[in-house]
Ligand binder design. Structure first.
Ligand code: 5GP
Length: 198
């Protein structure tokens, strides 16, 4: 019997290593799909429209918001981001495991929406480690990094209500925990199989 779909909401501070973690998870569970969000942020070098995000202007974003195309939407670091219902709801109904990488405000809205979802928070081993990782990237200006660290502290304060918290200190162990969480959440949603009569 095919596995049921699952909406998986992942949140965690910038620099915590979510992309690496998800790459490992997708090797083990290939049917995990990324939801492609809309954003008003300009594309970074190498980002592709329709793959990384749908890059839209403020007018287009407002139009989609007004027609209720978003399951959730939020302003993060001055730009608008929104999850399209067409990914988050329709793909799950088709049996996909759809992963949302969204901020804590968005996760809170999904929780309030009443849509069935599983919530996972990725924690850094410590704020010192997170700061070292962000500064080590060397791609961002100092004030951008400082702002991300302030945001990270606010986000981590919300981690308590998520279904599971995974600390990304050891990648192999964190990947195992992530995979185990997906499997448990899918099993919990699988229809009960009737035992054959003897
Ligand atoms: P970035 O601009 O670096 O790709 O993402 C910045 C932040 O926006 C990250 O914390 C990411 O999780 C969050 N984000 C990306 N897409 C969405 C979305 O559709 N909704 C919300 N609420 N946050 C998002």
């Amino acid at each position: 019997m095919s596995q049921p779909g699952l909406l998986l909401v992942m949140t965690g501070p910038s620099g915590v290593g979510k992309s690496t973690l998800v790459a490992g998870v997708r090797e083990r569970i290939p049917e995990v799909e990324f939801s492609v969000s809309c954003t008003t942020r300009p594309p970074r070098t190498g980002e592709v429209d329709g793959v990384d995000y749908f890059f839209v202007d403020a007018g287009e974003f407002a139009r989609r918001r007004d027609e209720d195309a978003f399951l959730e939407h939020a302003t993060v670091h001055g730009n608008s981001y929104g999850t399209l219902r067409s990914y988050a709801v329709d793909r799950v109904a088709a049996g996909a495991v759809v992963l949302l990488d969204i901020d804590v405000q968005g996760a809170d809205q999904v929780r309030d929406s009443g849509v069935d979802a599983a919530f996972l928070f990725v924690l850094p081993p410590s704020f010192d480690v997170l700061e070292a990782r962000l500064r080590g990237r060397a791609t961002d200006a100092k004030d951008v990094i400082d702002r991300r660290l302030v945001t990270a502290r606010h986000e981590v304060e919300q981690a308590g209500w998520f279904d599971v918290r995974i600390t990304n200190d050891d990648l192999a162990r964190a990947t195992d925990e992530f995979v185990a969480f997906i499997e448990a959440e899918r099993a919990a949603r699988a229809p009960l199989r009737r035992a054959p009569r003897s």
